[in-house]
Design a protein around this ligand. Structure first.
Ligand code: NAD
Ligand code: UGA
Length: 459
């Protein structure tokens, strides 16, 4: 089956970049990315490529090449569905905030809405591709909705989870470790395989049954998050024993069975997916009465929560047990470098903790907008929006942020922070000038040489 038109529902961090690369590499396929959010679509269509709704290194060039040629962004969901032979579902699957499974299960209402809309609109056969991360066996739900249209239209559901990481999305999409396709129908699987074979070597395309593919995505994120929590738990042990967590990570990482990647101790993992997918895995295990399995994976989240709290408490303790009225400068708000995404960023929780102690926080992040920072804090509903505005200021200059601060915390590992004029910063801060490096980004010797009191995770 030759695919000529693809639709993707959801123009977010996954749908946007993934479809841009698919379109770039398959100029003969028309790719239309649709979303209900019209301001997001407007931003994808923006003349000025700096205004794309997702910041990813290299994304602007991909969009510049394909947009208007065979890549389109639109709010006309129905038209895109009705024309396409293959439809990717790339909508958000957040943690439920209500009812059964609140705080743990994935909320599948957006997925179900997509399935219903496809069922309503489709008049010809379609391949439906689950791109969103979903609980294992969701394909059965989608299929059940689609198979009850009574219109005699044939639907094939495939699972094709996405493994890109934000900040490196384009590199990851260009050169994936693997592409995973789960499904039952050989022809549908081959049709999707052909789309990827435009640039991915065939041997890197793995095919499995539907349930293995769906579950593998949750498991991959659980394993990655587990590595971060494992090294973060060791960072606390390093702090009391005199070991250095970077040295330990390097030493164990040389063992090829362990591997050196993803062992960077930090203030805690953030991002829209690790916690959400772990919670989902825990919920699924509990729903099958697998208590030990659930408790095991839940611990990864508990360690992460502990790491964020521990960092905030370290700041308070070091600054003579009170931060009331003291200015604390935050460098970074995004959950990692090279992204404007702040979902579940450790910075939000550390700030919230310090604001409870009535600290005055000032924030600088090179890519995150002021409105987003307030939105993140207000969402926690710990205090009123007015109080958040009063206690926390967003400043577009790292030197202004640091000026007159009692302490400075690094929350995101942006490269540009390494090259700041630290002597100038030291001179403008209150003394003793404390630095709390939640990313082990800076050079301890250099900063101590300048007279900072320097604290880093895991030393
Ligand atoms: P996102 O919130 O950035 O984007 C989702 C988009 O879907 C939103 O713009 C929303 O308006 C749109 N949408 C929701 N329902 C819709 C509907 N019925 N019709 C049209 N549009 C609709 O989310 P994201 O970060 O792109 O994540 C999407 C999925 O991909 C999630 O399941 C996530 O777990 C998974 N995932 C994300 C990443 C990542 O790095 N962010 C990586 C791999 C997998
Ligand atoms: C992660 C996975 O890496 C992707 O494979 C997956 O597709 C994606 O989740 C998803 O499903 O959403 P992402 O969250 O974008 O990607 O970014 P990561 O690089 O995994 O970082 C996640 C968090 O862990 C960040 O806060 C990062 O700072 C932290 N981290 C990562 C560490 O603290 N130490 C490390 O060694 C690595």
């Amino acid at each position: 089956m030759e695919i000529k038109k693809i639709a993707c529902i959801g123009a977010g961090y996954v749908g946007g970049p993934t479809m841009s690369v698919i379109a770039q590499k398959n100029p003969h396929i028309q790719v239309t990315v649709v979303d209900l959010n019209s301001s997001r679509i407007d931003a994808w269509n923006s003349e000025n490529l700096d205004e794309l709704p997702v910041y990813e290194p290299g994304l602007d060039q991909v969009v510049a090449e394909a947009r208007g040629r065979n890549l389109f962004f639109s709010t006309d969901v129905e038209k895109a569905i009705s024309e396409a032979e293959m439809i990717f579902i790339s909508v958000n699957t957040p943690t439920k905030t209500y009812g059964k499974g609140k705080g743990q299960a994935a909320d599948l209402k957006f997925i179900e809405l997509c399935a219903r809309q496809i069922a309503d609109v489709a008049t010809s056969s379609k391949i439906i591709v689950e791109k969103s991360t979903i609980p294992v066996r969701t394909a059965a739900t989608i299929k059940s909705i689609l198979d009850h249209t009574g219109k005699g239209v044939q639907f094939n559901v495939l699972s094709n989870p996405e493994f890109l990481a934000e900040g490196t999305a384009i590199v990851d999409l260009y050169n994936p470790d693997r592409i995973l396709i789960g499904g039952e129908d050989e022809k549908a699987i081959n049709a999707l395989k052909t789309v990827y074979e435009a640039w991915v070597p065939t041997e890197r395309i793995i095919t499995t049954n539907l349930w293995s593919s769906e579950l593998s995505k949750l498991v991959a994120n659980a394993f990655l998050a587990q590595r971060v929590s494992s090294i973060n738990s060791i960072s606390e042990l390093c702090e009391v024993t005199g070991a250095n967590v970077d040295e330990v990570a390097h030493a164990i990482g040389q063992d090829s069975r362990i591997g050196s990647k993803f062992l960077k101790a930090s203030v805690g993992f953030g991002g829209s997916c690790f916690q959400k997918d772990l919670l989902n895995l825990v919920y699924i295990a509990r729903s099958y009465n697998l208590t030990e399995v659930a408790n095991y994976w839940e611990q990864v989240i508990l360690i992460n929560d502990h790491q964020k709290t521990r960092f905030a408490e370290k700041i308070i303790r070091s600054m003579y047990n009170t931060v009331n009225g003291k200015k604390i400068a935050f460098l970074g708000w995004a959950f990692k470098k090279n992204t404007n995404d702040t979902r579940e960023s450790a910075a939000i929780y550390v700030a919230d903790h310090l604001l409870d102690e009535q600290a005055q926080i000032s924030v600088y992040d090179p890519k995150v907008q002021e409105s987003q920072i307030y939105k993140d804090l207000d969402y926690l509903a710990t205090r009123s929006a007015d109080e958040n505005k009063e206690l926390l200021k967003v400043i577009n200059d790292p030197y202004e942020v640091a000026k007159d601060a009692h302490g400075l915390a690094i929350l995101t590992e942006w490269d540009e922070f390494k090259d700041l004029d630290w002597k100038r910063i030291k001179e403008s801060m209150k003394k003793p000038a404390f630095i709390f490096d939640g990313r082990k980004l800076l050079d301890k010797q250099k900063l101590e040489g300048l007279g900072f009191v320097y604290y880093a995770i895991g030393e």
